[in-house]
Design a protein around this ligand. Structure first.
Ligand code: UDP
Length: 337
């Protein structure tokens, strides 16, 4: 069994230089929680982290082992993963390696170092095509693409490590992460960018001519896909609460993290026009493969277990914060306005 009393050091944040990771790191710092970031900077940004950083790949067993030995972390928050549905269909080998194998490496180093608690990024993509919307926390999990399947494997792996070795995990199933640090100092910067809100804001910045609306024949009020956009700072807050719950000795759990409100693609574009004052031309395009019509979070488990409720749930707030980052970093990190 894993003996949790030994390590007493900082929280190790794997993937802490990425989008959700960097906001969680900032939140940990604001609340005075010691931490160390482990990130290979393959997709993360060094500029997004003002904290101790170990630059290493999770698959580099020696480097990760050395980081555990040096910092003796008390717990892990794990964001490091590949997260594009389309890419996962094209390159499943990459996704199984990056998400499943490297998570196994991380769990092995935790076991070796006697670290018991891990909070990690799961996703509503583990549900697949929902049979009930809003999607309850105990909805059946039947992912429809390799990305969702790798995340479900990660959940299952942790469940098995819990039963056999006493690992404690929190699987936080995010809906659509969005927004940014309100002062624009941190935000979403992916290359290539595929997410709706950053792309819409790039149109407002004049970096793209128009936004393509993928499918207008879905069984939704305006025919476009409906998603539940959750502010990245609300996600960060949930990670801290989940960690505190595990460290208090409570058992493993999984829960949804969303607002419970859905917005269509057309509604996002309209709201972004309001926030930016730009006309944001939109053009119909074919459906994108693998997009369910509606994904909206249901269930109250996060509130019941963590006392968590989104504080920045208004769509205008989410878009204004994202817009702050985009205006301040029009070319992404490293290229200030
Ligand atoms: N979307 C779109 N045009 C784009 C990018 C995304 O219409 O250029 C739609 C996409 O089909 C989905 C929604 O916007 O219905 C949110 O997509 P995103 O990639 O942001 O997140 P996902 O739901 O895939 O996690």
């Amino acid at each position: 069994m894993i003996h949790p009393d030994t390590p007493s050091g900082p929280v190790l944040v794997a993937g802490g230089a990425g989008y959700i990771g960097s906001h969680t790191v900032r939140t940990l710092q604001e609340r005075g929680v010691p931490l160390v970031v482990l990130d290979d900077l393959s997709t993360g940004h060094a500029e997004a982290v003002d904290a101790p950083l170990v630059r290493a790949d999770l698959g580099d067993r020696e480097a990760v082992r050395a980081a555990f030995a040096e910092h003796r972390p008390r717990a892990v928050i794990h964001f490091a993963a590949k997260c594009y549905v389309g890419e996962s269909v094209e390159k499943p080998a990459l996704y199984y390696h990056e998400n499943v194998t490297k998570t196994w490496c991380l769990l092995e180093e935790m076991r070796r170092a006697g670290v018991r608690d891990i909070v990690f990024s799961s996703t509503c993509a583990t549900y697949g095509e929902p049979v009930e919307v809003p999607i309850p926390d105990d909805h059946r999990q039947l992912p429809i693409n390799p990305y969702g399947r790798t995340k479900l494997h990660m959940e299952h792996m942790m469940g098995d490590y819990d039963r056999a070795y006493g690992l404690r995990f929190a699987a936080l199933r995010y809906f659509n992460a969005a927004g940014a640090m309100p002062d624009g100092s941190l935000g979403e910067d992916h290359h290539p960018e595929t997410h709706l809100i950053p792309l819409v804001l790039q149109v407002a910045l004049g970096q793209r001519e128009r936004i393509l609306v993928f499918g207008e024949d879905y069984p939704t009020p305006d025919g476009t896909c409906v998603r539940d956009y959750i502010h990245v700072l609300d996600l960060a807050d949930a990670h801290l609460r989940a960690l505190a719950r595990l460290q208090a000795g409570e058992p493993s759990f999984a829960c949804n993290l969303g607002t419970g409100s859905g917005y269509s693609v057309r509604e996002i574009v309209a709201a972004a026009r309001e926030v930016t004052g730009h006309s944001i031309p939109a053009e119909s395009a074919p459906r994108r493969e693998g997009d369910p019509a509606v994904l909206v979070s249901g269930g109250r488990r996060a509130e019941e277990l963590l006392g968590w409720k989104p504080e920045r749930a208004h769509l205008a707030t989410i878009l204004e914060d994202a817009w702050s980052f985009h205006r301040r970093h029009p070319g992404g990190y490293g290229k200030p306005a």
